[in-house]
Design a protein around this ligand. Structure first.
Ligand code: SF4
Length: 471
């Protein structure tokens, strides 16, 4: 942990990540109307990470439009997600909807033999809820398995797989895995789609070699961040280290007793529980946001590997110092500026901690969709520590939230910057407030030492833009 002193000269309160749960953080729980993306949004970053997967959303035109707007800024060489839209005739009876789904999946896999894993993604319409996508995935897997067996024994005599109407009988190269999860707005909020997706993959993870101790980093990270983390783990002597999700669905990491889990994202409660049910142990750690979060994150893994604190500091000191230098110019620009977060991406509390403690911003409020105390135990340790100019508990975390009340608060306080979803940003900009889209925080590489300055820049940029517009 970082050494430091409070304003009165006494040492900062620090504790090891494993003691974190002994601390507490007051969180205000608010009920009311919310405005956030549903879990379908996760497809936009998951399809970029898992290179040989395809996401077939089974939903309505609303779902298709939502995905298009969430992914509107992206250009594809070959699209890896689509929406199977339920039409009027599909609503007539369930049997038809199942047969239609089988036909669509089979045709898709024939045209795209590069797909190793196909996700059927559930949505809100009642017709989709009635259509059991987990059973549909099972049925399709069995049919593809039967087809693969036929192909293996009678390579020159293609036989149409039973139960898959409309197929030519040519099976895709290899046997694709079909899985189902929910991205429905009734069950998931924004980033939780990643949680349900990873949870669906867990049963397919292989078992590790007997007696192996390994580290599994859980949560989608940009490849560049993954490479930086791999290098630092190697320097520390921690390994083998694997990442989940991996870059290819054909190379799923093993999990079992002896696997330690280090979460890279704070919204993976279901995936973490599924991995723990396979025998893995969840490490208590802050999240790798900002210099201190990243330092604490590596320190937790190092502690689990029994590494001496001075050795850990020797490895982390250089990248931490580099990050501090890069951050300095943005700290100058951000210091003293007031910021408010609407609940959206679930990253709000961690980023607010970084902006307050490392960039000297004033946090008016950090709204989060939900506050998972178990996953946040290590983060609470950082959030609740006292620093010069920032006494412990100096900003409020609000769970849930009532969008109308929050809009009133923001309009009255008029912060320098408001972090919110796409739907709120334009009206607030029209009222003269400066905003930042929360979705950018999920798409951008923001974790780790090297990204700390980039993260600060994401908040400095709208302030610069606003200042330019004033002239
Ligand atoms: S909230 Fe439901 S209906 Fe709307 S886009 Fe998301 S899954 Fe589709």
């Amino acid at each position: 942990m970082a050494e430091g002193r409070q304003a009165n000269g006494s040492p900062l309160e620090t504790s090891s990540p494993r003691e974190a749960s002994s601390r507490d953080l007051p969180v205000v729980c608010e009920g009311g109307q919310r405005q956030a993306f549903c879990g379908l949004a996760g497809i936009v970053w998951l399809h970029r990470k898992l290179q040989d997967t395809f996401f077939l959303v089974v939903g309505s035109r609303t779902c298709a439009h939502m995905l298009q707007s969430a992914a509107g800024v992206m250009i594809f060489a070959a699209p890896r997600f689509a929406t199977a839209i339920l039409e009027e005739r599909d609503l007539a009876g369930l049997a038809d909807a199942n047969a239609e789904l089988d036909r669509v999946v089979t045709r898709l896999l024939e045209r795209r033999p590069d797909i190793a894993t196909l996700f059927l993604v559930g949505t809100c319409p009642s017709e989709v809820i009635k259509l059991d996508l987990h059973k549909a995935a099972e049925r399709l897997n069995q049919a593809f398995q039967a087809q693969a067996q036929v192909d293996a024994t009678q390579p020159n005599q293609p036989i149409p797989p039973q139960g898959l109407p409309g197929t030519t009988g040519v099976s895709p190269a290899g046997r694709p895995r079909v899985l189902a999860y929910s991205g429905s707005g009734l069950e998931t909020t924004f980033t939780q789609g990643e949680d349900t997706c990873l949870e669906a993959l867990v049963p397919d993870l292989p078992a590790p070699p007997a007696g192996e101790s390994s580290l599994l980093v859980v949560g989608t990270l940009a490849d560049v961040v993954e490479d930086q983390f791999s290098r630092l783990f190697a320097e520390l002597g921690i390994g083998p280290v694997r990442f989940f999700p991996p870059r290819s669905a054909r190379a799923l990491p093993p999990v079992g007793p002896g696997t330690r889990l280090l979460l890279a994202q704070p919204f993976l409660g279901r995936a973490a529980r599924a991995l723990e049910a396979r025998g893995a142990e969840l490490l208590t750690a802050p999240f790798p946001i900002g210099i201190e979060g990243t330092r604490g994150w590596f320190a937790s893994a190092a502690q689990a590997w029994g590494l001496a604190a001075d050795r850990v500091e020797a490895v982390l000191a250089k990248p931490a110092a580099r990050a501090g230098q890069a951050l300095a110019r943005y700290r100058e620009q951000l210091a003293g500026k007031r910021i408010a977060f609407f609940p959206d991406s679930q990253l709000e509390a961690l980023i607010a901690r970084f902006l307050q403690q490392e960039c000297d911003m004033e946090i008016l409020v950090a709204g989060v969709p939900y506050f998972d105390r178990r996953l946040m135990a290590g983060e609470i340790d950082l959030l609740s520590r006292a620093l010069p100019g920032h006494p412990a508990g100096s900003f409020g975390v609000v769970e849930g939230g009532d969008v109308d009340r929050q809009l009133d608060t923001v309009r009255a306080a008029r912060p320098d910057l408001t972090v919110c979803g796409l739907g709120l940003a334009n009206p607030l900009e029209a009222e003269g407030l400066t905003t930042k889209w929360s979705i950018e925080l999920v798409f951008s590489p923001i974790q780790g030492f090297e990204q700390a300055a980039d993260l600060a820049e994401l908040f400095a940029r709208p302030l610069t833009r606003r200042a330019r517009l004033r002239f």
